[in-house]
Design a protein around this ligand. Structure first.
Ligand code: SF4
Length: 453
């Protein structure tokens, strides 16, 4: 072991929505690298290994190194002078930083959206329509005797998810896996299949039809055996599953983007949530989305508790309005509405549709990221920030809405997202107040109250 070594126990991995908080990190403080991440899965190990300190300027304007203060001033000027400024990203930063981003959007009467709009956005809509029968992953571990995964492949996307749902012994599940029935429903046999007791292969794009048939069977209605032609699932398989669902003690439906981002989208999520609700007539049943980014659940929570809505929120009228399809970032960019963008811990320039990226190239972009990305390269103002969980303390929400504190491993020379966003917020506030003074507007009290956030 190197001389200047530090062990950080109970550290948190923020790579995926499992937010495993049982990491034991070995840190070489001289080189500022994590040399070992005990308990991490293969994805977590790569996350910790990749986040070394890069040699980048803390701030750049038009590709040239700039003093931090100058970059903050330029970012604030861009945001205040824009007519339709958008804020996007937020799922890979702390709740404290997310809070500052919402306040900025509110003060400048902009639009705020998160990566939820391109992953579990349909579920966000369905939660508002149907509601969510929910639980923590701890309850699942201790109580669930029927575990159903629908449209997801956790073995590859969330390798340690099974430690809550499949393998562990729980208070009322003393024999672990032996006391549980695990069902996988998907359009194909994935690498997660080996943990399943029952595999159900549904035809692509027919999840809604299968869910609706299951709802009918739960309610005791007759279903035509021809349903197999439509869904690919025999009626006997459906009947067997429904009996298991009604007769378990605690059932859980975990659902992924194979359900939310395929034909039907929020209708699929809504049908699954309604199925869980129906089953509560017979037993205890919950439904939980399996979330991807480390703090995408925090983004939903923070934006919700500050605006009333989880993503795609516009403040242009002075109060929050929620309208996915109108205020979601792919749409505001593709239509050419946005005239400035604040991008936080996200890289839309490498994964958005071409038309959205083309518009992003035409407008002033302000980016905050730990690494150089396609988005930071095209940015008018680019800030290099420290990595949440590795260098920065704060709070993240696990996919079951449980807040988890971060224990950073080593210090970074770069500021955190919260620090930069707070400075931008402060300057934006000053600029708006001076504008109000110049025009005789009376928005001071409103803006001042937002600064308190
Ligand atoms: S499952 Fe996710 S949070 Fe847990 S160690 Fe792996 S990547 Fe990190």
């Amino acid at each position: 072991m190197a001389e200047n070594t530090r062990i950080v126990k109970n550290a948190t991995c923020t790579f995926c929505g499992c937010v495993c908080d049982d990491m034991e990190l070995t840190v070489d403080l001289d080189k500022k690298v994590i040399t070992k991440a005990k308990n991490a899965c293969v994805l977590g190990r790569a996350w910790f290994a990749e986040h070394q300190i890069d040699d980048r300027p803390v701030a750049m304007i038009d590709g040239k190194e700039a003093p931090l203060e100058e970059a903050i001033e330029e970012a604030a000027q861009v945001l205040v002078n824009a007519k339709f400024p958008i804020t996007y990203g937020l799922s890979d930063t702390t709740c404290e930083a997310q809070k500052q981003a919402v306040a900025i959007s509110d003060i400048i009467r902009g639009t705020i959206d998160t990566t939820t709009s391109v992953c579990h956005g349909p579920s966000g809509l369905a939660f508002q329509d149907i509601g969510e029968s929910t639980s923590t992953l701890g309850e699942v571990k201790n109580r669930a005797d029927l575990v159903i995964y629908w449209g997801g492949n956790p073995a590859e996307s969330h390798p340690r998810h099974f430690r809550y749902s499949v393998t562990p012994k729980g208070m009322f599940i003393p024999n672990g896996k032996k006391d549980r029935t695990v069902v996988m429903i998907d359009v194909r046999k994935t690498p997660s299949a080996p943990v399943a007791d029952i595999l159900i292969q549904v035809k692509p794009g027919k999840d809604f039809e299968l869910l609706w048939a299951l709802r009918a069977l739960v309610k005791g209605r007759k279903v035509d055996p021809q349903i197999q032609v439509m869904t690919g699932v025999p009626l006997e398989t459906m009947t067997d599953l429904v009996e298991r669902m009604k007769n378990c003690r605690f059932g859980v439906l975990f659902f992924g983007m194979g359900l939310t981002m395929t034909r039907g989208r929020h209708f699929n999520s809504g049908a699954l949530l309604a199925l869980a609700t129906d089953l509560n007539e017979f037993t205890h049943f919950v439904a939980k989305p399996v979330r991807g980014h480390g703090n995408v659940t925090g983004a939903d929570n923070v934006v919700s508790w500050q605006t009333g809505y989880p993503f795609g929120v516009n403040f242009s009228r002075g109060f929050p309005r929620f309208n996915p399809g109108e205020f979601t970032t792919v749409d505001t960019l593709t239509r050419g509405d946005a005239d400035a963008a604040l991008i936080i811990a996200s890289d839309p320039a490498s994964n958005f549709p071409k038309a959205a990226i083309e518009h992003l190239k035409k407008i002033p972009v302000i980016s905050l990221d730990t690494k150089e990305t396609s988005t930071s390269k095209l940015s008018h103002v680019a800030f290099a920030t420290s990595t949440y969980g590795i260098n920065t303390a704060g709070t993240v929400y696990r996919m079951d809405d449980v807040p988890i504190p971060l224990r950073p491993a080593f210090e970074s020379p770069y500021p955190g997202d919260e620090e930069i966003l707070f400075a931008i917020k402060k300057r934006v506030h000053e600029l708006i107040l001076s504008k109000c003074g110049a025009t005789g507007a009376t928005g001071e009290a409103r803006v001042a109250s937002k600064l308190m956030l």
